[in-house]
Design a protein around this ligand. Structure first.
Ligand SMILES: [Zn+2]
Ligand SMILES: [Zn+2]
Length: 357
């Protein structure tokens, strides 16, 4: 319930599993002593926003304001806030809270804290559901607010807060961030296209692996990949067997992973960052022979997210985006469901009328 001090916010929410978004007014907590309040300027549309509004995972509570790739300008800070000041550009990604005391939190891995609070659809300690960045104002604890590097574009940088860190973190953690390493990237969507850019910036030799040969030119000419591998061509796949140090698999549909495991060298790694809703088939011989690893990775901690933003700014890495206004969001979702976007929609929240007319 709104209290006297709470902040009136306008956003767009889904009310049921039709996923249709429409204007919605709600309130956020008043800026607490450790909080940052900011005017939302841009918010990326992540594939998981679409899953959430349609209740694909079965735990969505409505109404839901999605959005966890949020960039804006600080309008108010609490008395204890040191990290940013009014007027600074900031970002909020997938997380707005964690216990801050467990083993994971102590290692700056808030993303693996068992009681972390997601930016949208999580229950907060005050009993309210968190609501995301398809709205005009955000309030968040300063620990979960990222400082925005001066030379990083706001709109094209926004998707780095989810798509960027989701691929940067496993490249670093699994040692795929070294010059000369051969990295495969499976799937060329929101995640895959930034995975290619980060891996290239680390100096890796990057091969894009995709079922659609039509992406070859795009992968090599526009994204700077070194090679392209058509995964539905057995000859090409056989020729590339045992050549890669690691693979970042971004595909979120059910797909065979044994052919990917076959592509990595002895002791190579296949890291899943997409989340198919059905189990994938794993043949144990395929990983025992060659001591191979199949692993997963989920976004990244706040410290690493800040480091990723700075690395992106230094290396001119942004997402390829299509900027839209809020009233286009339902069409954007429909296009996203068909894979019809290169590669991320970003909502120009700051210049969109949000209230219902
Ligand atoms: Zn996301
Ligand atoms: Zn914790």
């Amino acid at each position: 319930m709104a209290t006297e001090q709470s902040v009136e916010v306008f956003g767009w929410a889904a009310r049921d599993s039709s996923g249709h978004l429409s204007p919605f007014s709600f309130s956020r907590r008043a800026t607490g002593e450790n909080d940052v309040q900011f005017k939302v300027l841009y918010c990326g549309i992540c594939r998981s926003d679409l899953h959430a509004i349609q209740n694909d995972w079965g735990f969505t509570q409505y109404p839901l304001v999605p959005g966890h790739e949020i960039v804006g300008e600080v309008t108010q800070v609490g008395s204890n806030v040191k990290k940013v000041k009014v007027g600074d550009k900031v970002g909020v990604g997938c997380l707005v809270g964690s216990c801050r005391s467990c083993q994971m939190c102590a290692q700056d891995l808030e993303n693996y804290c068992s009681s972390c609070t997601l930016t949208c659809g999580s229950l907060e300690s005050d009993g309210n559901l968190t609501q995301g960045g398809y709205s005009d104002v955000m309030v968040a604890n300063e620990h979960f607010v990222l400082r925005w590097p001066d030379n990083l574009p706001l709109h094209a940088g926004a998707p780095l807060l989810c798509a960027g860190i989701t691929t940067y973190s496993p490249l670093k953690h699994f040692g795929l961030d070294k010059p000369g390493i051969h990295v495969g990237v499976v799937g060329l969507g929101g995640l895959g296209h930034v995975a290619v850019k980060f891996a290239k910036a680390f100096g890796a030799n990057v091969t894009v692996i995709s079922t659609s040969e039509s992406k070859k030119e795009e992968a090599i000419q526009n994204l700077g990949a070194d090679a392209f591998l058509a995964s539905n061509d057995p000859e090409q796949m056989q020729a590339a067997a045992g050549t890669m140090d690691g693979i970042i698999d971004t595909v979120s549909a059910v797909h065979p992973i044994m052919p990917l495991i076959n592509l990595v060298k002895t002791q190579g790694k296949v890291i899943l960052v997409g989340a198919p809703d059905k189990p994938l088939e794993l043949n144990s011989f395929g990983i025992i022979v060659g001591r191979k690893t199949v692993s997963g990775s989920c976004i990244g901690g706040i410290k690493e997210t800040q480091e990723m933003l700075e690395f992106a700014a230094e290396n001119n890495i942004v997402a390829d985006v299509e900027l839209i206004k809020m009233d286009y969001v339902n069409t954007a979702m429909e296009r996203l469901s068909k894979g019809d976007v290169r590669y991320r929609f970003v909502i120009d929240v700051g210049n969109s009328p949000l209230k219902s007319t």
